[in-house]
Design a protein around this ligand. Sequence first.
Ligand code: PLP
Length: 450
Amino acid sequence: QTQGWQAKDHAHHLHPFTDPKALKQAGGRVITRADGVYIWDSQGNQILDGMAGLWCVNMGYGLRSIADVAAHQLLELPYYNSFFQCSHPPAIELAAEIAALAPPHMNKVFFTGSGSEANDTNLRLVRHYWDIQGKPEKKTIISRHNAYHGSTVAGASLGGMSGMHAQGDLPIPGIVHIAQPYWYGEGQGLSAEEFGIRCARELESKILELGEDKVAAFIAEPIQGAGGVIVPPDSYWPEIKKILAKYDILFILDEVITGFGRTGCYFAAEYYDLEPDLITIAKGMTSGYAPMGGVIVSDKVADALDKGGEFAHGYTYSGHPLSAAVALENLRLMKQQNIVAKVAEETAPYLQQRLRQVLAQHPLVGEVRGVGMVAALELVADKASHQRFAAELGVGTQCREHSIASGLVMRAVGDTMIIAPPLVITQDQIDELVTKAKQALDMTYADVQK
Ligand code: PLP
């Protein structure tokens, strides 16, 4: 059956972020079921999902109560919209629940179908905000190189992925990028502290260069995820905070990955003590059981919107009843299992400690970095100089394949291996993850020695 699926897949299914030729050569992996932190492929292999799908299955697979709630909602009210003064209980209850979890100054939610749509919403929202304030010339959004904010035209433009920009003549006008706080790769010669401040001050230079009266917002992930789990130096966010306090621009914090517990706080805004005007959410809000995203809106922005008349923006599936009901049940389970505190106090410190103890000395690993339940192993040719392997060698991809063969999903971003397991992973399963990651590194090291 696997071969039949593979043949149909190649013939008819265009995959996101996949080279069709490479897929055809490799055959491709068909995942057929999942439970807890494990997935199974069509050949019966059990694999520990060290990526929680795409950083989203925070509460793990196979949750019966989510399936029951979904079935009930589909029978009760499978669809209704929230346009034109309509609403429905799942969206109402979910918005209130998210407002209760969000930082205290944020009390409203605009729902979307995905994180990308949420960032499109942000782009329009910040410009609408400044129009309402009588400052329509404040349009430019400052983002960062190597950021990921989605795949729609606005999302990919807000993002700072040069490969994405090259395909499709992006970014669209009105979006500019400054440095990412990637100390291991780009901070040579400076202490992490100094480098963090230098990167943060690029924000101020850019605001002054463009003119404060032209800048609408700054958008950033608390920790850049798809860029390779770039954890900023400790000096970075406090310095950014100071700069944001000085200038009248909005701050969009993209918490699509970090939201809903991954740092050991419900939101990384709390972890890093930040006060965003808008927070982008998706992924963990439903643990991936249904597609959903949104923007959490601060009182400051919401008050302006109250005066601004109709915001001509929205999606057919904004606040979809099925997704909203699933999200509510997901959040109920998170609370019931006290999972965020467990991550903060037990499992995340254990994961971070084990990765460092077991893997930091590995000859391939230049740096182990991470916060909470997200981590990266950066593979290098030379640990002393941080020199990377030539891209053509595809060392990260080899390591990913060895990892899957060892029974663990790690994602490769270039030669950086990413680990972001479900938040419900146990200490024993973390031991299994670390053992399998080491096995994959050993196999990759043997390859590069040849
Ligand atoms: N923002 C961040 C930080 C993300 O990591 C992602 C997806 O990985 C997105 C936005 C886009 O979300 P979606 O894939 O749901 O459109």
